[in-house]
Write a protein that binds this ligand. Structure first.
Ligand code: FAD
Length: 472
């Protein structure tokens, strides 16, 4: 038997009525089953996907074909047609790749994913369901319900993190410095090449297919936030973007990544968010490049330590999207400054329309609205100013999440909830000097930005269609 499809058991958990249980050895399959089902969700790709590889392993072992199911909900958090368009078009490409291997790809639109996967498992007599990992509450709830209603075993495979989130830590990590040593200790065990999935074939693909255009007409999301042309959906475009970054920009990443005018970042986050490409694939390519050590190391720090810290935060902090998720010191400090006078107060609508007094903030908001992605350095400034210019930290966090999830292609992501909690609530940060409104939360101002990059150039490049905005 070809046993090239073997998945490290530390990536896999069984989801039962009792919760998540680690796996030491074999997965259990229902007797007389007709197929193995991959319930695809966060990791929307065929190549380099440990959840699909786990299905391939089981398929070969048990001589059962694989079916892929994607349960599409007609509305999701604050996603609009912009994100649905990107996702469904990407999934159309994934479907084509799946059919090439002879694996049927079923996309079912329904508001109850647990009921959908249960009915699907019954219809096709599934021996087991394998799904991918996601720390967001909504996804955990879908899986909890499916774990109860399914008549066959349900497994989760962490296909998103280089080091599986449930394995690397069983608690909320305090900061990057507590996670980093754990990551570096085992990284060599997990940062390994993937098996070649193209060598897997079966002959079942005739009975499924969907068209992106038809599906997009059926979703019930906001249509006024239009798709953007800045990013092309799907795994193929993700790989082209990665190769271009490595070829032309990586060498300056260490030095210039915080300059929003330079464009020396990878722009991988929209594809990473939708799982069009895996962090592990990116990390292997970055590590294997002939770029300088400083840039490679700082890129891997962001991609692995910072990104996987965000998954850790959301996995173990149920209140990752509200004030109660902040450290005690931050809550105490923000509470002590609730009655401080705010120099400016804006409503959600004013923020959304980018009509604050601050041209730099407005430019960042417009960058996000027009391109679907704000530069990472500006995201910190953007969120901190929302804290400064609203009545309460709760309101600031809620507005930041709403705008982030509505306009960013990479929104509704563990990175987003954590980045906002870092900016507004000091999560993963330390206490700084006390000042009005912020308390001990780290402060940022436009002068700090001026010392790092050409602020005027950034404003001009995102406000060219707006008259009357002055520099500070
Ligand atoms: C207020 C705020 C909101 C944010 N919202 C999101 C969001 O909705 N979705 C999202 O993916 N990221 C978010 N981030 C994190 C970070 O800003 C983006 O991941 C990054 O800007 C994406 O651009 P890039 O791919 O060009 O990054 P690069 O600099 O090229 O980095 C490569 C990858 O490393 C990871 N990474 C980089 N910086 C961080 C970071 N600070 N924390 C965690 N991972 C990081 C990302 O996966 C990124 O794609 C947010 C940060 C803040 C402060």
């Amino acid at each position: 038997m070809n046993n090239s499809f073997v998945v490290d058991r530390r990536r896999i958990s069984a989801i039962t009525e009792r919760g998540y249980e680690s796996i030491n050895d074999e997965l259990v399959c229902k007797e007389d089953a007709s197929c193995i089902v991959y319930w695809m969700s966060r990791d929307q790709r065929i190549t380099d996907n440990w959840a699909l590889i786990a299905c391939m392993e089981q398929s070969q072992k048990r001589q059962l074909p694989i079916r892929i199911l994607f349960t599409l909900v007609p509305e999701f958090l604050d996603a609009t047609i912009r994100q649905y368009d990107f996702m469904i078009k990407g999934l159309e490409e994934v479907q084509q790749q799946s059919l090439k291997l002879g694996i049927p790809f079923h996309l079912i639109l329904d508001s109850d994913p647990a009921a959908t996967v249960t009915a699907f498992a019954d219809t096709y007599n599934a021996g087991m369901i394998i799904t991918d990992f996601d720390p967001l509450k909504i996804k955990l709830e879908w899986k909890r319900k499916a774990g109860i209603s399914l008549q066959c075993p349900l497994y989760e495979v962490d296909a998103h993190n280089v080091i599986p989130a449930r394995f690397i830590s069983q608690k909320t990590e305090f900061a990057a410095y507590t996670l980093r040593p754990k990551v570096h200790k085992v990284l060599h065990e997990f940062l390994i090449p993937y098996p070649e999935v193209q060598s897997f074939t079966q002959d079942l693909s005739q009975d499924s297919s969907f068209s992106a255009q038809e599906v997009l007409q059926k979703v019930r999301v906001r249509k006024d936030i239009q798709p953007v042309r800045t990013f092309t959906p799907g795994p193929h475009a993700a790989m082209i973007a990665l190769e271009s970054f490595i070829g032309y920009k990586l060498h300056d990443y260490g030095e210039k990544r915080n300059d929003p005018n330079m464009g020396n970042v990878s722009d991988m986050s929209p594809w990473l968010h939708f799982g069009s490409i895996s962090s592990q694939t990116i990390a292997l390519k970055i590590k294997g490049s002939n770029s300088n050590k400083e840039s490679i190391d700082s890129y891997l720090e962001e991609l692995i330590v910072r990104k996987e810290l965000a998954d850790n935060y959301c996995l173990y902090t149920k209140e990752y999207d509200n004030f109660n998720g902040f450290h005690n010191w931050a809550q105490t400090s923000l509470n002590a400054h609730r009655s401080d006078t705010r120099e400016y107060i804006y409503s959600q609508e004013q923020f959304e329309q980018a009509i604050t007094h601050d041209a730099l903030w407005n430019a960042a908001q417009l960058e996000m609205m027009h391109t679907g992605k704000m530069h990472g350095y500006m995201r910190m400034y953007w969120a901190k100013k929302i804290l400064e210019w609203t009545q309460t930290p709760e309101e600031a966090q809620s507005i930041a999440i709403y705008l982030n999830d509505t306009y960013e292609l990479d929104g509704r992501d563990a990175n987003g909830y954590t980045g906002i909690a870092w900016s507004i609530g000091g999560v993963h940060d330390r206490a700084w000097f006390e000042r009005p409104v912020y308390g001990k939360i780290r402060y940022m101002n436009a002068n700090g930005c001026k010392s790092k990059f050409d602020v005027k150039k950034y404003i001009n490049s995102h406000m060219s269609d707006r008259k009357g905005d002055t520099l500070f």
